[in-house]
Design a protein around this ligand. Sequence first.
Ligand code: ADP
Ligand code: MG
Length: 679
Amino acid sequence: MTNLVDIKGFSKPLIANLQKLGISNIQGLLLHLPLRYIDETRITAIRDFRLGDDVQCEGEIAHAEVSYKPRKALIARLQDASGQLTLRFLHFYPSQIAQLAVGRHLRVYGEIRHGFFGYEMVHPQCKNVGESTQVAETLTPIYPTTAGLTQINIRKAIALALKVADLGETLPANIYKGLRLPAFNTCIAALHSPAPDANLNVLESKTTPEWRRLAFDELLAQQLSMRKHYIKRRSIDAPAIAASHLLAPQLLNNLAFKLTNAQQKVVAEISHDLMQAHPMQRLLQGDVGSGKTIVACLAALQAIEHGWQVALMAPTEILAEQHFKKFETWLKPLHINIAWLTGSQSKKERELALTNIANGHAQLAVGTHALFQEAVNFKKLGLAIIDEQHRFGVQQRLALRKKGEPEPHQLMMTATPIPRTLSMSYFADLDVSVIDELPPGRTAVVTKLVSDERRDEILQRVREACMAGSQAYWVCPLIEESEALQLQTANDTFAHMQATFPELKVGLVHGRMKSAEKQAVMAKFEAGEIQLLVATTVIEVGVDVPNASLMIIEHAERMGLSQLHQLRGRVGRGSAKSTCILLYQNKLSEAARARLKVIFENTDGFIIAQADLQLRGPGEFLGTRQSGVPMLKIADLERDADLLEVAKNIADSLIKEYPKAVEAHLARWMSHAGELVKV
Ligand code: ADP
Ligand code: MG
């Protein structure tokens, strides 16, 4: 791959600026495509202007002044043979005053608006030209750029790249021709400098064959890279673990409930994966409350029965603690030893846990991030389970996998459903199981949207519910900007609730509490000794207290959709009718209103996730879940869904039949996307 340093014409500052845009070589520069285009190929007479059009015209400055009313502005009148146009600058430099001096001949480009004196352009682009300066031969691209890199300079850099780059085909011709898409080199040329007769609207909608070809190439590169990882994993050794004939049946026998069909189906899928001699990488998706924990436990038993250790990692201490307890009640009767590891336990407890994990006495280790730290050595790790995997970064998941030799199987669980287009693209290297059914007997949570002005009514409602024997959560507003402020808000809310409800036992839990304190509060809440639990969003994941049937979320408008859905999932876990009240502060922004509407109207996590994806786009939606994974820059999963489908269908056979083409294709596109870090 040609480095920019080796090419004449690329100065150090230019290279540094390109780097800021994520461009490090010639191929990356080629694939840095315009945001939009402007048409400088023709000159329009002022008489022929139409409001709202972007046009170029040319003439002489007939008048210029710096005016101070209503506010400071540089105003000039440009005259051509057919009429006059006002040019207005609200910010300007002395050099611009000079450029717009009376008598100067200028070519200007901008949007035509209605002004006080007829047509005007605000902040037009101005060029000094002679009477006979040629107009542009192609449409002018406008590139995404960065401070310090002008359009002119980035255009020059790309023009240079076009001259020296290899624009050869990476794909067998039958593939792109079969899709009626043009050759790569013609697409690159056409998109960087489109012919003057190209339709701007069509071009910018990115649905022309040229755009589609590049979108396809990008999607295909993503698929190829993911599927190569997938295939490579099959050549890595992992313990082949036979099904559980003793422990799992015993546990199922002891359970108070029967697995749902959906649970049985995913248990079988996971069990089958564990029997393979290569590492499982399975993502288990299931809405809040769908019963993922028991599925994880059954997978653990298969490994434990055959002498392998299991690690279960959760993103918060509260959740890890809860899992620890639940697994104890399930596994104690089966005489299985469980170790417990978090960042905040005493040195002695920690040493003991580490020893038991290292000598194999602990058959299961439950904990937080603490589990993959260096000091932790497993004797024989066969399976790593990660709950609420979206809370972990890619690197953390990777670290846990390195704890086994041979590589352990890995089961990742998430309560945030992944919309189909995303799971086809960003998750194409994983196997996915879905629990698409809730255990019987759940009652749907009733959601209410209530303005904060009606707070008193809500307080009354909390009192009534708690007096009648049920329990409630009061979720404090989220303050992302400051942890100190978040803590203060939690303390204030707690004090306020205690004062408001002298007759109730009120508890407080937040992220900054010591783990023992947190555990004590959660235990009391579970035992019914606390009736109203004031909490920050630490309770968002996993917490399972079936008797809690009322939740109030303050400043719900500040929270994201999946966060609201997860929080709401903390109620509706028992047989009692549950309610979630979303308190919001007027005036709602457009985006907040849209979010609240979705959460109010829907309880199905899949629909909520789909809406979330639409509102925020894939980058935000994926967030830390896939941090480190390059995002698609050209393709759009919705707009180009048909191309995604094709890319997915042909990736595996391309890898098998055209390995050279695949390498060339990845080399070109990975320079654009950055190295794929994938687990
Ligand atoms: P999540 O998928 O959100 O992690 P959990 O595993 O915490 O859900 O399960 C939620 C609750 O449902 C727990 O109390 C669990 O014991 C219970 N549960 C799980 N599976 C079933 C089932 N098949 N029938 C009845 N209750 C179940
Ligand atoms: Mg869970």
